[in-house]
Design a protein around this ligand. Structure first.
Ligand SMILES: NC(=O)c1ccc[n+]([C@@H]2O[C@H](COP(=O)([O-])OP(=O)(O)OC[C@H]3O[C@@H](n4cnc5c(N)ncnc54)[C@H](O)[C@@H]3O)[C@@H](O)[C@H]2O)c1
Length: 317
């Protein structure tokens, strides 16, 4: 029988709850502890998931007896400290994307991970999406990648929360990560633009062009454009052209629609299933003491480095 994976969650916000909902469905997982800076929220979420301990202190959660694994879903600028503390305490770590809020911090985390001998996996969820996995397998025999084109449109409501960091770091990072995974080549040149359509101090739209050493070009765009309260995934799309074929990924779930008194709506099966696959994979790695290969801390660092260069290029215009 596989050893139980005993988890402390740090950061029980919107996505932390999504992580708990998924983790509680996975075999051999025991949810032991929740830490959230807002202790009332920590207690509330703990009681909702029948978790015995709740605290406001990330350190206390990390050091709790019996906890062997730490899942971190604090805001983007607050990943570094808990990851370092958890690795230092000898715990395995899953940390939401971005790995860190800047490349210097991300490099520090990669070094700490290497020194620790523990497992660290950044939450680049889209790598676990079924169509992305099929694409990666297909690209092995598809000839050289020539172009990648990606779109992400998010509801304006999500801008209110995520304007706390640059969109390249919090939303476009998914497309950046996929572009690196698909192109399998070094980025040699970057150009970018940003626009402030919603507020003067926080960019709402970003465009980026990445030129790879092998000649491929990625053209990426994201914006908080949608007036509707649409879920995140259905408007994302990516097209990859190789010397042999064109692959198009539409991250929506045609064929599953709910009609009720509020009209028609779709249910996000894309990210939900990817999250389950991602966390099952991470838990499997912890149990078998295998370092993750589908996505690695170095991949997390590479995505942060490119996001940072995109932000600098956009600001320079
Ligand atoms: N993989 C994905 O598709 C995906 C989707 C959404 C969010 N995320 C990522 O998940 C992370 C969390 O996002 P969110 O939307 O849940 O944010 P959120 O603001 O809803 O939640 C963050 C929580 O962390 C708590 N917190 C802040 N500082 C803390 C600290 N030092 N110790 C303990 N708790 C602390 C806050 O009180 C809050 O409850 C971010 O990195 C975000 O980019 C990933």
């Amino acid at each position: 029988m596989a050893a139980p994976v005993r988890i402390a969650l740090i950061g029980a916000g919107a996505f932390g709850v999504g992580l708990l909902e998924t983790l509680q469905q996975i075999r051999d997982v025991e949810l032991l502890m929740i830490a959230d800076a807002d202790v009332a929220r920590a207690k509330n979420i703990a009681s909702r998931f029948a978790i015995r301990h709740a605290t406001s202190s990330a350190l206390e959660a990390i050091r709790t007896d019996g906890v062997n694994t730490v899942v971190i879903a604090t805001p983007e600028t607050m990943h570094v400290e808990p990851v370092l503390a958890a690795l230092d305490a000898g715990k395995d770590v899953f940390v939401e994307k971005p790995l860190a809020h800047d490349s210097a911090s991300a490099r520090k985390l990669v070094k700490a991970w290497k020194d620790s001998g523990r497992i660290l996996m950044p939450g680049h969820i889209v790598r676990f999406e079924a169509r992305v996995q099929a694409t990666r397998a297909r690209l092995a025999n598809s000839g050289a990648v020539r172009s990648i084109c990606g779109f992400q449109h998010r509801a304006r409501a999500t801008f209110e929360k995520y304007k706390r960091v640059h969109p390249a770091l919090v939303i476009m990072i998914h497309q950046i990560d996929l572009s690196l995974a698909f192109a399998q080549s070094k980025v040699v040149k970057i150009d970018a633009r940003e626009r402030f359509f919603l507020e003067p101090d926080s960019p709402s739209n970003v465009w980026a062009w990445l030129e790879f050493e092998n000649g491929a070009i990625a053209s990426l765009q994201m914006g908080y454009d949608l007036e509707c309260a649409s879920p995140a995934a259905p408007d994302d799309a990516m097209e990859i052209v190789t010397e042999k074929e064109r692959i198009r990924i539409a991250f929506h779930d045609e064929g599953y629609e709910i009609a009720d008194k509020n009209g028609c709506s779709t249910v996000d099966l894309c990210y939900t299933q990817a999250l389950r696959a991602e966390l099952e994979y991470f838990i499997g790695c912890v149990q078998t003491r295998r370092q993750p290969t589908i996505v690695t801390p170095e991949d997390g660092l590479a995505a942060v480095e490119i996001a940072e260069r995109i932000i600098a290029a956009a600001k320079a215009k």
